[in-house]
Write a new protein. Structure first.
Length: 129
C-alpha cells in the first residue's frame, strides 16, 4: 500500500509513542521523576508542540483514508488544541498540573494511562488503512 506523507508521519509518531508508552509501563517512576525536568526544558516543550501539531494535521488530512474517519478527525483536532494550549497555559501552570496529578495518582494509574496510550496508538496505526 502506498502511504501519503501525512500517513507516514502518523505511523512514525505512533510507533514512537508505543515504544515510549511501553517503557513507561515498565518504568513508571522514571516518567514521574522526569516530568518536572521535561516541563522546564525548552527543547522538550517545543518538540512536544511540534509533534502534536504534526500529528494533529496528519490525522485530519488522512481522515478520509482511515477506516474510521471520525476518530482521526476528533483526535487530530484534540492534538492541535493541546499543542495550542501548552504555550497559552505556560510552563508554571503545566508544571503545577503535572505535580498535582502525579501526587494524586498512584504508580499503577500511570501504568494504566500508558497502557491506554499503547492501545490508542496501535489503533491509529491499524486504522491508517
Amino acid at each position: 500500500m502506498d502511504y501519503t506523507v501525512w500517513q507516514l508521519i502518523i505511523v512514525m509518531i505512533s510507533f514512537g509513542m508505543v515504544l515510549l508508552s511501553v517503557l513507561c509501563i515498565i518504568f513508571p517512576q522514571k516518567l514521574i521523576l522526569g516530568m518536572p525536568h521535561l516541563v522546564n526544558s525548552k527543547l522538550a516543550r517545543y518538540s512536544d508542540i511540534v509533534i502534536r501539531m504534526f500529528l494533529g494535521i496528519s490525522l485530519v488530512l488522512s481522515a478520509e483514508a482511515a477506516l474510521i474517519p471520525l476518530i482521526f478527525t476528533i483526535f487530530g483536532y484534540l492534538s492541535m488544541a493541546a499543542a495550542l494550549a501548552i504555550p497559552v497555559l505556560g510552563t508554571s501552570k503545566v508544571e503545577f498540573i503535572i505535580k498535582y496529578i502525579t501526587a494524586l495518582l498512584p504508580v499503577w494509574t500511570v501504568r494504566l494511562v500508558c497502557a491506554f496510550s499503547v492501545f490508542l496508538f496501535v489503533f491509529l496505526i491499524y486504522n491508517i488503512g
